[in-house]
Design a protein around this ligand. Structure first.
Ligand code: WTA
Length: 705
């Protein structure tokens, strides 16, 4: 064992002593009495000896055109196939099948950000009409067919789910890029997916401002063209139908207003295309260890079954509930738990355009009260933000939640308790759902009526998910040992992505190679899924997630790859080397700090720092803008030349940098530390005292690259 790992062993033993266990919280009798999963028999049904057939129960929530013959096909492991032989259409399952009984039930209640604008209610019947008309437009005007990809760069407006479902109706693969991402980031994703159609919007509201969004389409197209992919048509929705709200000109023969085209398709109906269960439904790009984003390919039958089942049992959605998920549809949470899961169940969902604290700290609670929301779904970043803006605000409003969700980042127990007592008024059960873009749906959570909550822990594996923690050598880390390791899932499940679009070798390498027991095996037991998160497991089986171990920084619940950030910094002429690290941030969980070394003959200056910030913002997006840019003489490196981001992260966070004696240039560490920390102290930019969990996260950062 090398010196570095020996150091790690000592630290892990120490954690075992200091790790504090939180108290359980129990759901109310009222919640339990109405819960979809209140009978413990469900836990029996999903025990490992019933795998994979247990997932029939999820698939049976759907309407199949043709029932499947094989629940799980592992013949091409680890490229899993679920419900083989089955055929279905996702748009039919989300829309058409609800018409008979619920045609005039609201599917979405859309709340524009300006409070003076009316909410818009879209019934299932209206959704049906819009999806069909838009599908007809795609088919006739854009000439797309099943298997083609279309890129969306859309904000939080109902036209986004309409467009997604129209694609699904035709078997066209949609690839929505988060609206807050830059045009360049969108362009890269167009190239990777090989789409020739871009669907976007002229403008949308964010924090009181009507932002020009169309301009990003032009940037995206230019970037794509530079990389050899031509966009033929751009469909532009209008924030105010009939009125163009962007100063950016339309390009003739390329850009079209959807509102101008639609009248021709008024009243058109398009038969849903019956798709094989394993046909791709959509791509969702996420960050990983290299700069090239990963297009996670999700299936139709497996994915839809999984989001339906988890929406029913974990979100506890009933037909009479009003559900509000604040995530952006541009992320996987929005795909799974605003669009597909809730719609399959025929839910009424609130969809909000803007910032939850706009124009004031009471906005979210006014929406919840006015619309009668009783299931509330958000992320720790938003909870922290709402708390900071108005810690006493929720009690002024008369809403009542039965269930609340937290997702996307670890939640600090103190923040959890505010969420429980103040937002939930002590009445709502909380589920802390741990999962990832790659997973389709929840992996770790408590079943809200059957398993008590524990602040800061997501809980055990969800139904049909059997997690395990392995150390670097592949030895199991026992529950209750207090030691941390890499959380893995031993089995495949219907929501797991099928592959990384165009990079199957990367799919195997990143997620399955690390702990694979036999590369030729067709037995799923030999292929544990490596999640890329550090975790510990308490004696009660509950997992506590420590964050990424693979050089991904989770900013406000958004995954940013260090390599992507660094490539952006490297576009600045003066920059020779760059390293991005996470720094603890009171509101956003983590923020990005960038360290750069300059080329010879360039001098450090605040202009260079600003250029780096701007480059990151224009190439990736505002969320990625570094909090600090430190210009340093050199980076700490291993003898093989690898930048030790973990050491730099230790400096930025004022934590122990660990053993640096194995570095090629150990002396640089102290020089950088002195400078950076001195300046931080001078600015009053000191971290609060870090929890064991946070210390452990920094210590593990980038370890499993
Ligand atoms: C982190 C979001 C702690 C984790 C659905 C994971 C969490 C990454 C939790 C995936 C949670 C997500 N507790 N950490 N409840 N949920 N994470 O792909 O590091 O945007 O790997 O998917 O967020 O982020 P992604």
């Amino acid at each position: 064992m090398d010196k570095e790992l020996e150091g790690a062993e000592v630290a892990e033993a120490q954690i075992a002593v200091h790790w504090k266990e939180e108290e359980y919280y129990y759901p109310s009798a009222k919640f339990i009495a109405q819960a979809n999963a209140a009978d413990p028999a469900i836990l029996e049904r999903f025990r490992e000896e019933n795998f994979p057939e247990c997932f029939r129960e999820y698939a049976d929530l759907l309407t199949w055109d043709q029932y499947w013959h094989t629940t799980l096909d592992t013949s091409n492991a680890p490229f899993w196939k679920w419900f083989v032989g089955g055929k279905l259409n996702a748009s039919y399952n989300c829309v058409d099948r609800h018409l008979a009984k619920n045609r005039n039930k609201a599917a979405f209640i859309w709340v524009p950000e300006p409070e003076s604008e009316e909410t818009q209610t879209i019934t299932y019947q209206e959704l049906y009409a819009r999806v069909n008309e838009f599908a007809a437009l795609l088919q006739d005007f854009c000439q797309v067919k099943s298997g083609d990809r279309i890129t969306f760069h859309m904000p939080m407006v109902p036209d986004l789910p309409v467009a997604m479902l129209a694609c699904a109706r035709l078997g066209v693969i949609h690839s929505e890029v988060f609206g807050g991402f830059s045009g360049a980031a969108c362009g890269d994703r167009i190239v990777d997916s090989g789409s020739h159609i871009l669907i976007t919007m002229d403008a949308y509201y964010r924090n009181g401002e009507l932002i020009d969004h169309k301009v990003k389409a032009d940037q995206a197209i230019e970037r794509a063209a530079e990389n050899g992919v031509k966009i033929d048509k751009v469909l532009v929705w209008q924030r105010y139908p009939g009125k163009y709200s962007s100063p950016t000109p339309m390009v003739e023969g390329r850009d079209y207003f959807v509102e101008d085209l639609l009248p021709e398709y008024r009243g058109r109906r398009v038969a849903p295309v019956s798709m094989p269960a394993e046909a791709p439904l959509f791509l969702m790009y996420t960050s990983g260890t290299t700069a090239r984003p990963k297009g996670c390919q999700h299936s139709t039958g497996g994915y839809l079954s999984y989001v339906a089942g988890t929406s029913k049992y974990y979100l506890d959605i009933h037909p009479e509930d009003t559900y509000w998920c604040l995530a952006d549809i541009g992320w996987i949470t929005g795909h799974s738990y605003i669009v597909y899961g809730p719609l399959v169940l025929g839910t009424t969902s609130v969809m909000y355009e803007g910032v939850p604290t706009y124009p004031d700290a009471g906005r979210a609670w006014r929406i919840a009260e006015r619309l009668g929301v009783n299931i509330f779904h958000t992320a720790p970043t938003t909870i922290r933000m709402l708390r900071k803006a108005g810690p006493d605000e929720p009690q002024k409003y008369g809403y009542h939640f039965k269930l609340m969700t937290t997702v996307g980042e670890p939640i600090e127990p103190e923040v959890w308790r505010w969420y429980y007592h103040v937002v939930g008024k002590g009445e709502a059960a909380i589920i802390d759902t741990w999962w990832q873009t790659e997973n389709g749906g929840f992996l770790g959570s408590t079943l809200p009526a059957l398993q008590p909550m524990k602040p800061g822990s997501c809980g055990p594996g969800v139904l049909g998910i059997y997690p395990v923690i392995y150390d670097e050598e592949g030895k199991m880390v026992e529950a209750g040992s207090g030691r941390a390791g890499n959380i893995c899932i031993r089995n495949p499940w219907p929501g797991i992505f099928e592959t990384v679009w165009g990079q199957p070798e990367r799919y195997v390498q990143t997620y399955y190679a690390k702990y694979c027991k036999n590369k030729n095996s067709k037995d799923w037991h030999d292929w544990p899924y490596f999640a890329g998160d550090g975790a510990t497991q308490a004696a009660d089986g509950y997992f506590r997630i420590l964050g990424r171990v693979d050089d991904v920084i989770n900013v406000a619940g958004h995954r940013l790859g260090t390599k992507e950030l660094e490539s952006a910094a490297l576009t600045v002429e003066e920059v020779a080397e760059a390293a991005a690290v996470p720094v603890m941030d009171e509101l956003r969980g983590r923020a990005v700090e960038m360290y750069v070394a300059l080329k010879p003959n360039y001098a450090a200056s605040s202009e260079v720092s600003e250029k780096v910030r701007t480059a990151v913002e224009t190439l990736i997006g505002k969320i990625a803008r570094p909090k600090n840019v430190w210009i340093v003489p050199d980076m700490p490196k291993t003898r093989s030349g690898k930048i030790m981001r973990r050491v730099i992260a230790g400096i930025s966070n004022f934590t122990d940098v660990g053993d640096t004696s194995t570095l090629a240039n150990p002396e640089i560490v102290e020089a950088i530390r002195q400078r950076v920390q001195k300046e931080k102290v001078a600015r009053g930019d000191l971290p609060r005292e870090l929890s064991k969990q946070e210390l452990e996260e920094i210590r593990r950062f980038g370890r499993a690259e």
